[in-house]
Design a protein. Structure first.
Length: 227
């Protein structure tokens, strides 16, 4: 899952109202993959999404990579993910810090058997997540997230910094690295965040990627909403 709804979670009650559920969803399309996800953060005690938090999330997608074991030269894989994590979110004006831990399930199905790829079949393991959202000033924003899953040694690190553009919309660069026991990918691009339309908040990213075998492009669109 690549949704990190920092801006919604850190809004003061006077701006966003009190809510106990934060829904997020999105789609990520690149030259070598496509993935969609949906989930929710549920406040277990407070009504502003601070304190103890439960996150339920899942996603499906597909990818392909170069391999000598496929007659076409490329193997296609389908992936299904799910996670149940819980932890704590600390909110302060202009600051949100979240730490979560729980269980993940990850399933990979390849159209051609690949003896060199250990990421195949179903894996169950632990999932750890850390998220930071910080506005050092009204016109600047810094985001960071890190995740690790033991099922297939999945990891993901993302850092982004933005400047206020117009009516709460932030624009800035992002860098991201992620992978697992079978692959690694690096990304660099530009994101636009906090576009508000009828109670929904949209965010989008576009940039370039490299995974060692392929160089290409990616695009991402996400939406968040409070209830």
């Amino acid at each position: 899952m690549v949704a990190c709804p920092f801006d919604l979670a850190a809004e003061p009650a006077s701006r966003g109202g009190l809510r106990r559920l934060l829904y997020f969803s999105g789609v990520d399309i690149s030259s070598v993959s496509m993935f969609s996800w949906a989930g929710a953060d549920i406040a277990l005690k407070s009504r502003d999404l601070s304190g103890p938090v439960l996150r339920l999330a899942g996603g499906v997608g597909g990818y392909d990579y170069a391999s000598e074991y496929a007659a076409s030269g490329r193997i296609h894989g389908d992936v299904t993910l799910g996670e149940i994590v819980a932890g704590w979110r600390r909110l302060r004006p202009g600051l949100a810090v979240t730490a979560l831990a729980g269980v993940e399930v990850e399933d990979h199905r390849l159209d051609v058997e690949d003896p060199e790829n250990d990421v195949s079949g179903t894996g169950v393991g632990a999932r750890l997540i850390g998220e930071l959202w910080w506005e050092p000033s009204a016109n600047r924003r810094i985001e960071a997230s890190i995740a690790y899953g033991t099922a297939f040694d999945f990891y993901r690190v993302r850092v982004a910094g933005g400047m206020h553009l117009w009516r709460g919309v932030f624009v800035g660069p992002e860098i991201e690295v992620f992978g697992n026991a079978g692959s690694d990918q690096r990304r660099a691009g530009l994101y636009i965040q906090n576009v508000a339309i009828k109670g929904l908040r949209f965010k989008t990213s576009i940039g370039a990627l490299d995974d060692g075998d392929d160089t290409g492009a990616y695009g991402r669109l996400g939406v968040d909403a409070k209830f």
